[in-house]
Design a protein around this ligand. Sequence first.
Ligand code: ADP
Ligand code: MG
Length: 304
Amino acid sequence: MSGSTDIPGPERSAGDPMAVLNPTPAVGGSPVSLAPPTASRADPATAPEIKIKVRNLDVFYGTKRAVRDVNMDIAARSVTAFIGPSGCGKSTILRCFDRMNDLIPSARIRGSILLDGEDIYAPDVQPVEVRRRVGLVFQRPNPFPMSIYENVAYGPRRHGVSDRTRLDQIVEESLKQAALWDEVKDDFRRKSGLSLSGGQQQRLCIARTIAVDPDVILMDEPCSALDPIATQRIEDLIEELATTFTIVIVTHNMQQASRVSQTTAFFWVDPDRTGHLVEMGPTWQVFTAPKERVTEDYVSGRFG
Ligand code: ADP
Ligand code: MG
């Protein structure tokens, strides 16, 4: 099915910010073994509040359908991992959640995405406000060429915070929440964000996202450019952040998905290159007792 010409969609264009971010993902990791957890804070069974509801989502680039009929509920204050082969639409779906696809001229969506029950594509919704409530952290850390302080203050300033004391407070709190404060507290006002290490830069980008007080933080392969130690720090941070924020992380690292997430969504891509959701469930279940054969093959490192 195609016929995307009749699909209503955003008409704004501002270049393709994703062009430089196209992933060259590693092959999925080796099998992991997980036991069903005892009920925990973030277990959807005990924390049933749904932050994002996706209904019948199709995404097109021009006439090509990249994603078909995705339905999912994303639990609040927990970590949901998106896994699946390259090209199955993981980044595309993430970009729908904060309306970043609006910035890709050929992108169109059909279906609905509800954030706290409200359709983020409704005509009266401001994309800027959606992007404040739903932050996106990219694969490659991308600090602005300015001081650490200004990187974090940038968002709040744009959203109208001008009081110096309040900005100072937001910057300090955000850097603390992103587990970067201790490393930068002596020179964050003059030191450039670009002078930090890769892992620190990624935590700075997380601080920048936190600074505008979002509900949801999306992370698209946030550790794929980082070494194992920097990766570990981000994983620890994700666990902490999930007490406050709803986190969706795309990862090609099976161990990472199993370590950080409570829920896993597995996507696959048809021979015609249309991506779709195969199954979604508690992470332990998707990895140890998946419902579908294709999931089992993928998570255990057998493809096709
Ligand atoms: P993943 O993140 O799972 O690797 P993507 O969401 O990047 O998958 O891509 C899904 C499909 O959409 C692929 O076929 C890809 O080529 C296509 N696609 C992604 N971004 C664009 C774009 N800006 N323009 C056209 N096609 C795109
Ligand atoms: Mg991607």
